[in-house]
Structures are given as structure tokens and as C-alpha cells.
Design a protein around this ligand. Structure first.
Ligand code: NAP
Ligand code: ZN
Ligand code: ZN
Length: 351
């Protein structure tokens, strides 16, 4: 029996999200049926709901930071049982056979990963729907385990904000003796800050907001730069080994590139709609490079969740009922969130 599900969907790029009942597929032999407890609100949800990247498909139930309880598993499922805490992140499938899938880098699947929403499933015709909903049915290969040690609401953002910052910081071997700058203190930025500090690096938070210094220091920053203050930016010229750019709004890379020292790397994870201009001279000086990174593969996402359980790392969250989602989008645009909204799906299950 297809599973009756309640959700909130964007019906177009220009209208607010509205209640949207729909059905999840029957549980197949390798599927896990999860009752969703919490879903984080990522800036990518807003970008896609409003079609800021182009090609958005409606109706769209956003949400890819999903934590819930397993209710039922298919006959062939081996890793999950009813009652387990489980999670789904930014992808729900991929081809499973290409070299990148085989390496556990499913986000870079040759055929393209299947996003949790705003994507067609592998059948090429069913629209995948995300976590602003009461339940999800996902193949167990793309379901993660979450330790009961973690608060499930605060753990939800790990599934995107967490892995998206953990993965490139690991890839660039961030650790003791390295000077790392995190650009933007939002959902991704505050997780990047926690991870870089946990990995033992010297961390600086670079913000366009003057008033985030105290929070940045509380979250582990050793230094704080207000990017609008040219004297502060000047002082840190050539200083960093790695910069992690999480900015969601259109901006230029050049002022940040100037902050990199020899062989320094600017990691791009923020996805504004406009392509930035980059001056070749800013790259040639100090032999700098720009590196892009997309979420993380399934094995690394599990590694990150286990690392967080061991170290007690979670997101700083403001839990909201789903009825406040449109207001939450506006507040996210104004930078008025400390530091991730998380939807409590109980608000959609009552009556
Ligand atoms: P968010 O919570 O809204 O944070 C974005 C931060 O950007 C803000 O908190 C703000 O920090 C900074 N910012 C905003 N406007 C700015 C401006 N004009 N100039 C400089 N800084 C500005 O968003 P998020 O959920 O962390 O997502 C950040 C970006 O990453 C989004 O574009 C999202 O789509 C993308 N993303 C990418 C991946 C991936 O796989 N690569 C995964 C998830 C999300 P300050 O106030 O401190 O300046
Ligand atoms: Zn996301
Ligand atoms: Zn593949």
C-alpha cells in the first residue's frame, strides 16, 4: 500500500510553501521506511524552492537534513530494524556501479546522483520528495545510522551542513599547525567552524556581520574578521592555508583570495546564483587554487556522524513548527538564525 504522507511543498518559484498531501512508494525489499522526526532547513532548500539555480521541478517538497525512527524495513534489509534512529541526507540513490559509486563517492556518480528532492528517481519519471514531510522510504544503501547519544533535532543539520563542511576540511588535511578561515557564519559556516576547531586547526571566522564575533568565539574561533573592515582584511593578507567559503549570496572571490598564503586553497561550497569574476593574478600570486566540493559520499557521511557522536558535536538549532517555514526562509535571508532552523515534524502529525 502506498504510504499516505503529509508534507509542505513549493508549487511554484514565487509562491509560499503550502500543505501538500502525497504518497510514498511501497516498501521494496531493500527499503527502509522512516517516520521523520526532524528536518533541517538548508539555504539550498530556499535556492531550489525559488528556482534560483534554474530547472526547479514542482510540486517540490524540500528538505535533505532528515532524522527519524525506522518503522518498517523490507525483507532484504540487513542494517536497520524498526525503532532505530536513522537519517537521510542530500541524495537517495545513484547508479551504484560506476567507479565513483564504487569508491563511495556517490555524490559524483557518472550518471549524476539522485537528489532527495527536486530530482527524478532512477525510473526517470517519479519526482523525489524531501523531508518537509511525515515519512520517507529510501533504499538502505543511502540511509545513515545516528547514535542515540545525539539529540536528534540538533543532529539533523549534520546530514547536509555537517558533511558539506567536514568533507572538504578532511580532503585538505586540516589539522594542527594549519590556519583555516571559515567565510560566513550561517548553517554551513558554524559547522565548518566546529569541525576545523575539532580537527585542531587555528580557526578564524570571516563574517559580513559585525555582531557575530562573540558567537564565533564561543563556537571555537581563535580570530574574527569583519569582511567589511578593510583594515582587518589587510592585516590577514596572505595568512591562511585554507579558506572555506559558505556564502549563499552573490559576491566576489578576490577579496578572500588575497587572504591566502603560499599554495593556499579557497574551498567553494556556497552556491550563489551568479558566477563570480576571478582575476587570474589573484590565483598566480602565492600559487593559490580554488576547489569546489559537494556534500560527501555515504561512507564519509557515516564517518562524520560517528565522529560527531564521539565528540558530542551537533548543530546550534532553532526548532520550529512547519507552519513557520515561510517566515523561516525570510529570516534565513536576513541572517536571523542561530544557526540552523530545524522543523519538528510533530507539527504536521497532529490532527
Ligand atoms: P545560510 O545559513 O543562509 O548562511 C549563509 C551565510 O552567508 C550567512 O549566514 C552570512 O554569514 C553569509 N552571507 C550572506 N550574505 C552575504 C554577503 N552578501 N556577503 C558575504 N557573506 C554573506 O546558508 P547555508 O545553509 O549555510 O548555505 C550556504 C550556501 O551553501 C548556500 O548557497 C547553499 O546552497 C550552499 N550549499 C552547498 C552545498 C554543497 O554541497 N556544496 C551543500 C549545502 C549548501 P555572515 O553573516 O557571517 O556573513
Ligand atoms: Zn543542504
Ligand atoms: Zn554512479
Amino acid at each position: 500500500m502506498p504510504l499516505a504522507t503529509q508534507g509542505y511543498a513549493a508549487m511554484s518559484a514565487t509562491t509560499p510553501l503550502v500543505p501538500y498531501p502525497f504518497s510514498r512508494r511501497d516498501v521494496r525489499p531493500t527499503d527502509v521506511h522512516i517516520d521523520i522526526l526532524y528536518c533541517g532547513v538548508c539555504h539550498s532548500d530556499l535556492h531550489q524552492a525559488r528556482d534560483e539555480w534554474g530547472g526547479s521541478m514542482y510540486p517540490m517538497v524540500p528538505g535533505h537534513e532528515i532524522v527519524g525512527r525506522v518503522v518498517q524495513v523490507g525483507a532484504a534489509v540487513t542494517r536497520f530494524r524498526a525503532g532505530d534512529l536513522a537519517a537521510v541526507g542530500v541524495m537517495v540513490d545513484s547508479c551504484r556501479t560506476c567507479p565513483h559509486c564504487q569508491m563511495g563517492l556517490q555524490q559524483y556518480c557518472f550518471e549524476g546522483m539522485t537528489g532527495t528532492y527536486n530530482a527524478y528517481e532512477r525510473d526517470g519519471k517519479t519526482l523525489a520528495q524531501g523531508g518537509y514531510s511525515t515519512a520517507i522510504v529510501t533504499d538502505e544503501r543511502y540511509v545513515l545510522r545516528v547514535s542515540d547519544k545525539l539529540d536528534p533535532a540538533a543532529a539533523a543539520p549534520l546530514l547536509c551542513a555537517g558533511i558539506t563542511t567536514y568533507s572538504p576540511l578532511r580532503h585538505t588535511n586540516v589539522g594542527p599547525g594549519m590556519r583555516v578561515g571559515i567565510i560566513g557564519l550561517g548553517g554551513l559556516g558554524h559547522m565548518g567552524l566546529k569541525f576545523a576547531a575539532a580537527f585542531g586547526a587555528e580557526v578564524t571566522l570571516i563574517s559580513s556581520s559585525k555582531n557575530k564575533e562573540a558567537d564565533a568565539r564561543r563556537l571555537g574561533a581563535h580570530h574574527f574578521i569583519h569582511s567589511g573592515n578593510s583594515a582587518q582584511m589587510q592585516k590577514f593578507r596572505g595568512y591562511f592555508n585554507v579558506l572555506l567559503n559558505t556564502v549563499s549570496a552573490n559576491h566576489d572571490y578576490d577579496p578572500y583570495l588575497q587572504l591566502l598564503g603560499l599554495n593556499g586553497t579557497l574551498i567553494i561550497v556556497g552556491l550563489p546564483s551568479r558566477a563570480p569574476e576571478v582575476r587570474p593574478f589573484s590565483l598566480l600570486s602565492n600559487r593559490r587554487s580554488i576547489l569546489g566540493s559537494m556534500i560527501g559520499g555515504i561512507p564519509e557521511t557515516q564517518e562524520m556522524l560517528d565522529f560527531c557522536a564521539e565528540r558530542g558535536i551537533v548543530s546550534d538549532v532553532e526548532v520550529i513548527p512547519i507552519q513557520q517555514i515561510n517566515e523561516a526562509y525570510e529570516r534565513m535571508l536576513q541572517g536571523d538564525v542561530r544557526y540552523r532552523f530545524v522543523i519538528d515534524l510533530a507539527s504536521l502529525k497532529q490532527g
